[in-house]
Design a protein around this ligand. Structure first.
Ligand code: FE2
Length: 387
């Protein structure tokens, strides 16, 4: 929710008659609101009733990837080794999860006519590779490499890719909304001058011609680990207009403005988004700390009550060895972590870093899945031994 936004045709006054061109039939108004009626919301106006469902069938899309006896240790695994294949719904492979969030990666190899709605979770989609369009009843958002797509819970959407040479997504589901941190905004809601981004960096949906086709369409509805196929009697994108604060949007990691200190600044200076149970940080190229004796690599630290996940995008990450693009490391809470042997010394005197990464710090412990087990760097837990 970067700001108020309006797309297409809406009536002058909410909750009043809004007639179609025939002057007789009404557009259907739908309030999409959060936190009951107390959070942000939007009002959408559709050709058809948003509640129309012809048939509901539970389908089996859930992939059981529980790793019951996953040990409690440092993890490094290669998500690029997970199988590619499928559309934007089926290509997802869950790697880490807890009661509030799920992390998955996906290599999408086909477009789909299916629509998708996550009923119980908001979604964050990091576009590591690929380009295309996020289509929803709010409109069209073109996306490309580095985009972070924020999709509110219940949004019915599709991802249409331009080609299938190399598409790679990191997808994070959250049972609470992705928010812009409160301290980035002034009392009026405007982004403060010190925030790492401003309103101009956010891309809300663009107008898309409403689709009034009356025919059967399939919406895949996800509810936790269960999936349902809803057959609806009209095209899901029959919205003529909407306005409000609740909508999907894009923010590209290349537009994140990093902060630099005299001595090492902790990860909260890289903050991008918050939720009720984890935060997301953006690590981007920047000059290093400028004290003459500063150590740019991080000091060892124990975050006693959070798990730290890093998804490595590109460049050379200052504190890690053996990392590849698409690698994920998980450093569980309750265990100290820090640079591997030699990395601290190597960082002294360095002037800048070209690292790109997305960090996820969860407030509750994460459980690795069998997808982690199957793509594991088995030597990683011992990689701090100095002999
Ligand atoms: Fe850390």
């Amino acid at each position: 929710m970067p700001f108020y936004h309006k797309v297409g045709d809406i009536p002058k006054l909410k909750h009043t008659t809004f007639y179609k061109q025939d002057g007789k039939s009404l557009y259907r108004e739908e309030l999409v609101s959060s936190k009951g009626f107390s959070g942000i919301y939007s009002n959408k106006y559709s050709h058809y009733m948003p509640t129309s469902v012809r048939k509901v069938t539970e389908i089996n899309l859930h992939k059981n990837v529980d790793w019951h006896d996953a040990p409690h240790l440092y993890y490094h695994f290669f998500t690029d080794k997970l199988p590619a294949g499928g559309d934007f719904i089926q290509a997802r492979h869950v790697v880490l999860e807890n009661a509030h969030c799920t992390l998955a990666t996906a290599k999408v190899t086909e477009n789909s006519e299916l629509f998708y709605r996550n009923s119980l979770s908001a979604e964050y989609i990091f576009v590591h590779h690929g380009s295309g369009e996020l289509l929803s009843d709010y409109g069209r958002i073109p996306f490309s490499e580095g985009d972070q797509l924020i999709i509110p819970r219940t949004t019915t959407y599709q991802l249409k890719f331009d080609n299938f040479d190399n598409n790679k997504l990191l997808i994070i589901e959250s049972d609470t909304a992705f928010e812009i941190p409160k301290h980035f905004r002034n009392e009026y809601g405007q982004m403060e001058e010190h925030a790492p981004y401003c309103e101009r960096d956010f891309r809300p949906p663009e107008y898309m011609e409403p689709n009034m086709t009356k025919a059967d369409f399939t919406v895949i509805v996800k509810a936790g680990q269960r999936y349902f196929e809803h057959i609806v009697p009209h095209h899901p994108f029959g919205v003529v207009g909407w306005d409000g604060y609740l909508y999907p949007y894009a923010f590209n990691i290349h537009n994140y403005h990093p902060k630099v200190g005299r001595i090492h600044l902790p990860p909260p200076v890289h903050l991008a988004f918050t939720t009720g149970s984890f935060i997301i940080c953006n690590f981007v190229p920047r000059p290093y700390d400028f004290h003459k004796d500063s150590i740019p690599a991080p000091y060892f630290h124990s975050n006693i009550d959070s798990d730290e996940v890093l998804y490595y995008v590109k460049g050379d990450f200052m504190s890690r060895k053996g990392i590849q693009e698409g690698s994920i490391t998980l450093h569980p809470g309750g265990m100290p972590h820090g640079p591997q042997p030699g990395r601290t010394e190597d960082s002294v005197g360095a002037k800048e870093t070209n690292e790109w990464a997305v960090m996820i710090d969860t407030f509750g412990p994460l459980k690795p899945t069998t997808n982690v087990r199957d793509t594991l760097d088995k030597d990683y837990p011992q990689s701090w031994l100095e002999e």
